[in-house]
Design a protein around this ligand. Structure first.
Ligand SMILES: [Zn+2]
Length: 254
């Protein structure tokens, strides 16, 4: 998974109409990716289809929007002894999802606990974490279960407070940022102040299932993220592209 020029550390590859084709074309354009899924079933469906794609790390996930009951975590926990990539997982306390928040918390705790137990210090599990209006709780779970210490935790589109940002950084989390996060003042500020080695790029594309977008759209979005991080930090775009790629390579390598 190393040696790519660009990395998308949070992409819903299975939502592209032609996932395999997008992966292959992205490889030719120099892009590697951590492809997240929203349910264990989606992971299992994609696993065989994408088995040959060397630029894709396919993650097994349980997105908080898909959690109804804590037992929804069981199928994912079972997979984690054999799968190093975990995501999308996390918590969402925004009004639309507040009704399931208790179950989300229980499910997230079970998944982080299973990931921490399964994680090998020589080749740690990698988690892509969604935390909307729930950064403090998400960090509590990562800390309490040992996932923060034993896994490589990446906060996707982090939108917590500055205090929570630094707590996450102290816990060893990294931050994957996309062009939309970087279009906000808070996103640009976080891209400016965080140590460079904690920054990763992502797209969170496509916006919906069955999307006709292609690998070119993905690469263009990553390039816009690179440009925005470079602008926020007052740094050279080529240097930032190389920095983000080196960071991603480190996260994904054993
Ligand atoms: Zn996502």
């Amino acid at each position: 998974m190393s040696g790519h020029q660009l990395y998308d550390m949070h992409v819903h590859l299975g939502w592209f109409a032609e996932a395999g084709e997008v992966a292959e074309r992205a490889a030719r354009l120099g892009a590697g990716m951590l492809a997240v899924t929203v349910t264990p079933a989606e992971y299992l469906r994609l696993r065989d289809a994408l088995a040959g794609e060397k630029n894709v790390a396919l993650a097994a996930g349980l997105h908080p929007w898909w959690v109804r009951d804590a037992r929804d975590a069981d199928a994912l926990c079972e997979l984690l002894t054999g799968v190093r990539w975990v995501g999308e997982v996390g918590l969402d306390a925004s009004p639309r999802h507040a009704a399931t928040y208790r179950s989300q918390l229980d499910a997230f705790e079970l998944v982080c606990d299973a990931a921490a137990r399964a994680s090998d210090p020589e080749a740690p599990h990698v988690l892509s974490v969604h935390a909307v209006r729930a950064a403090g709780d998400a960090l509590d779970v990562l800390e309490r279960t040992g996932a923060a210490e034993r896994c490589r935790c990446v906060l996707h589109w982090f939108s917590g407070t500055s205090e929570e940002l630094w707590r996450a950084a102290r816990l060893g989390c990294l931050f994957s940022m996309g062009e939309r996060a970087l279009a906000t003042r808070r996103g640009r500020e976080y891209a400016r102040v965080l140590p460079g080695e904690l920054l990763l790029s992502e797209t969170d594309l496509p916006p919906e299932r069955g999307s006709a977008l292609g690998a070119e759209d993905l690469v263009a979005s990553l390039e816009r993220a690179v440009a925005r991080v470079a602008a926020a930090r007052g740094a050279d775009e080529d240097d930032v592209r190389a920095l983000l790629a080196a960071n991603a390579g480190r996260v994904l390598l054993p």
